[in-house]
Design a protein around this ligand. Structure first.
Ligand code: SAM
Ligand code: SF4
Ligand code: SF4
Length: 369
């Protein structure tokens, strides 16, 4: 029988806000001088796909104890927490999951978040990562609600392979229609993320590049990561990004592009004929912990400071126990000030054994990518 692989909410672990208050000033830094700039919010732990590398069917089966509705943060609670994070310096919010488009009335949440302004008065970059299966239907209402952009995950163009990888018999055409719809309503540029599993879908790298070249979509290849504990990750299944770029460049000459910002996770390459760009996210072979400005809020309101963390800070307990905005802001500041996470960097350094590697880690579908 499957078992929940995440730590159980524990009221005694309620974040501390005693002592001097820490009013938000739009700037928080952790122990490695990294500011807090991005917040990923998981709005559901459920998904209509069973991607083999994320929610393998053998684990996420009909007996899997998904969160009951009352455990989820409500839209009001999410908005309240998001506001505090934005006052502390967050400029970009990404909604994720599970599959975020499964959360009922998600547009209402987007409307609430879209009116938030960064500490220096600019609109937020408000985006969403989706498997695309419901996007053709929802693109217009998401755009109208105030979403800025969208990232669609797509691991293969070959329909049979795609169905095998999502393990829920979803057709690739539905996702392609979703990408087109997002583009048409102006949720652009649409980013398309492909996780490359060596020996499974690496044959799709060049067809994917060919398909999206010149369409305005930005295709990014992601190294298969050792997230969670249920996907049976093995280093031999990681295809280094350098190989991905070499394979594409053998067909379409590429030139390196500058990063948009220091915190950008993707390395960008432009097609030499000017027909767009591709990117690689080398989470395994080239750690970017030094510029990691991301916090993650789980579906049930726990704050995780790293994708590979084994426990989170229970912000829902704060909210549901009547803490004021000022107290929540103080707690968040305390938590971020103590952050020292740099899992990928430690995994990459010879001889080092990251602590988290020995612990049970949180699942990707629970805190989002
Ligand atoms: N369901 C949505 C989707 O698939 O886009 C959002 C949540 S999903 C967890 C977010 C991203 O994480 C997806 O792009 C997915 O491909 C990626 N992902 C999941 N497991 C991964 C792994 N083991 N290594 C690398 N990326 C992974
Ligand atoms: Fe679902 Fe996204 Fe995970 Fe696939 S990667 S199982 S679509 S949450
Ligand atoms: Fe950030 Fe953790 Fe990933 Fe490093 S391993 S980039 S700290 S999420």
């Amino acid at each position: 029988m499957s078992r929940r692989i995440i730590p159980v909410a524990d009221i005694s672990a309620m974040p501390d806000y005693s002592g001097p208050a820490h009013a938000p000033r739009g700037e928080l830094t952790d122990t490695l001088a990294r500011p807090l700039r991005d917040l990923r919010i998981s709005v559901t732990d459920r998904c209509n796909f069973r991607c083999v590398y994320c929610m393998p069917r053998a684990v996420f089966d009909k007996d899997y104890p998904f969160l009951p509705h009352g455990a989820l943060l409500t839209f009001e609670e999410i908005e309240r927490l998001a506001r505090v994070f934005v006052e502390h310096g967050v400029e970009k919010i990404r909604l994720t999951g599970g599959e975020p488009l499964l959360r009922k009335n998600l547009e209402f949440l987007i409307e609430r978040l879209a009116v938030l302004k960064t500490a220096d008065g600019r609109p937020l970059d408000l985006t969403l990562t989706t498997n695309g299966s419901l996007l053709a239907r929802k693109a217009r209402s998401l755009k109208d609600a105030g979403l800025t952009r969208v990232t669609v995950s797509l691991d293969a163009l070959d329909d049979a392979l795609f169905r095998r990888m999502n393990d829920a018999d979803f057709a690739v055409d539905d996702v392609l229609k979703g990408i087109e719809a997002a583009h048409d309503v102006g949720l652009a540029p649409v980013k398309v993320n492909m996780v490359v599993k060596n020996g499974t879908n690496d044959t799709e790298i060049v067809p994917m590049a060919r398909h999206f070249k010149g369409t305005g979509a930005v295709l990014r290849f992601i190294e298969y990561m050792d997230v969670g504990t249920s996907n049976g990750w093995n280093m031999t299944e990681v295809l280094p990004s350098a190989d991905v770029i070499a394979r594409i460049a053998a067909h379409f000459p590429l030139i390196p592009l500058e990063a948009h910002s220091a915190a950008e996770t993707a390395q960008r390459w432009g097609y030499a004929d000017g027909s767009g760009e591709v990117g690689v996210i080398s989470s395994v072979t080239r750690a970017f912990c030094g510029s990691c400005t991301r916090a993650r809020l789980s579906t049930e309101g726990k704050l995780y400071l790293c994708l590979f963390a084994s426990s989170g800070h229970d912000l829902r307990a704060l909210v549901r126990n009547g803490a004021s905005d000022a107290e929540i802001a103080t707690a968040v500041a305390r938590i971020w000030h103590t952050r020292a996470d740099r899992y990928s960097q430690l995994r990459g350094s010879a001889g080092a054994t990251p602590n988290a590697a020995e612990e049970r880690r949180v699942e990707m579908s629970y805190i989002g990518g």
